[in-house]
Ligand binder design. Structure first.
Ligand code: WQD
Length: 338
């Protein structure tokens, strides 16, 4: 299929582009580079050996998005194009609703006009909120505790309602747990534009010497070692999950499918830190500080639905995640060039 990867210059989008091409699909990247760099294109061309079509587009601009569909014959969309920093969403809610819902509306309008019926949506485990359980499965109710999370809950609902109105639509809602890692080439990886909010990129920047120490938010949770527990999933596994979901939609008879993309394993903050120390072969300084407001103690995926229906499994270990992240960070201490 010829796939429009909206937000395809970003962390998860770029890794998904590689797997799409390796699976024989054609790819068109559209990105506004608000949280990514155009330099990723030549990295992708080096990895895949293929010319990569990439357009600088504000996907909130309905006319520009429609022209993209006119210019490029699109068979399916994978929608990554959204802001994703939880804390920033609390400070700038209008930016988050305007952008994350605006891109959704533009893409859906253009899809309708151009008869494109397949969309894979980048959702998040954050839609489970505090479900009163550590093991998250797709039947749980969705809610949110911050504007970023609400844009994911609303994005899922918009897609369910559109599919209800247009039964020819085929929609995959993919709920990611904690994406980490990098392509084994070390050419592409996570490149936060500011101080990293997330654990793995922060650890990597401590290891490379850009940050003094890791602050561990809370050491008194009711978990194996008192620190938070999460389902870290290698971005390579996440990317193959997107290809599996896209191809499943091509033969699906149900309009909307929801799948968790996770390993099903809970790993603690301290366990991840020590795995990274093994990968970087150095001790990393840290201090246990106060809990971060809004954090849950422990949760991970029940991935059995994706395992069975997509015949997809996460295969990479925590050590793989750290080794691949460290290679990317060492090779690119300041991320992608401007
Ligand atoms: C993981 C653990 C922190 C940083 C968020 C979003 C979620 C998704 C993934 C987009 C927690 C601890 C972290 C640090 C720390 N994003 N931590 N020191 O909060 O599980 O999920 O990112 O879809 O929507 O909510 O990820 O990496 O921020 O935190 O101790 O400097 O690491 O307390 O226990 P989180 P995270």
């Amino acid at each position: 299929m010829r796939v429009l990867v909206a937000g395809g210059a970003g962390y998860i989008g770029s890794h998904t582009v590689v797997k799409l091409i390796e699976a024989g699909h054609d790819v068109v990247i559209a990105d506004d580079f608000s949280n990514s760099k155009p330099a990723v294109r030549e990295r992708l061309e080096t990895i895949t050996g293929r010319k990569i079509t990439m357009h600088a587009v504000d996907l909130c601009d309905r006319d520009a998005t429609d022209h993209l569909f006119t210019d490029e014959k699109i068979d399916a969309v994978i929608h990554f194009a959204g802001f994703k920093a939880v804390g920033e969403s609390v400070a700038k809610p209008i930016d988050y609703y305007e952008n994350n819902l605006g891109t959704m509306f533009s893409l859906l309008r253009a899809m309708e006009r151009h008869g494109v019926n397949i969309i894979v949506f980048s959702s998040s485990a954050t839609v489970y909120g505090d479900a009163g359980t550590s093991v998250m499965h797709e039947e749980l109710a969705t809610t949110a505790v911050n504007p970023y999370g609400w844009t994911k809950v609303m994005g899922e609902q918009i897609l369910r309602d559109v599919a209800n109105a247009r039964p020819q639509m085929r929609v995959a809602l993919l709920r990611y747990f904690n994406p980490v890692g990098a392509h084994p080439s070390g050419l592409i990886g996570e490149d936060p534009s500011d101080v990293p909010n997330n654990l793995m990129p922060f650890i990597a920047q401590v290891a490379i010497g850009r940050r003094e120490k890791l602050n561990i938010f809370g050491g008194d949770y009711d978990t194996k070692d008192g620190t938070g527990v999460r389902d870290f999933i290698h971005v390579e596994d996440l990317a193959t999950g997107h290809v599996a979901a896209l191809e499943a939609l091509g033969r699906a008879d149900e309009p909307v499918k929801t799948w968790n993309l996770g390993t099903g394993n809970g790993v603690s903050v301290l366990e991840l830190l020590h795995a990274f120390e093994r990968a970087a072969d150095k001790k990393l300084p840290y201090e246990i500080v106060a809990r971060r407001p809004g954090d849950l103690a422990a949760y991970w995926a029940d991935p059995s639905l994706a395992n069975e229906e997509l015949r997809w499994h996460a295969t990479k270990t925590v050590d793989d995640m750290c080794v691949d992240t460290w290679r990317w960070q060492k090779n690119n201490p300041d991320g992608y060039p401007d």
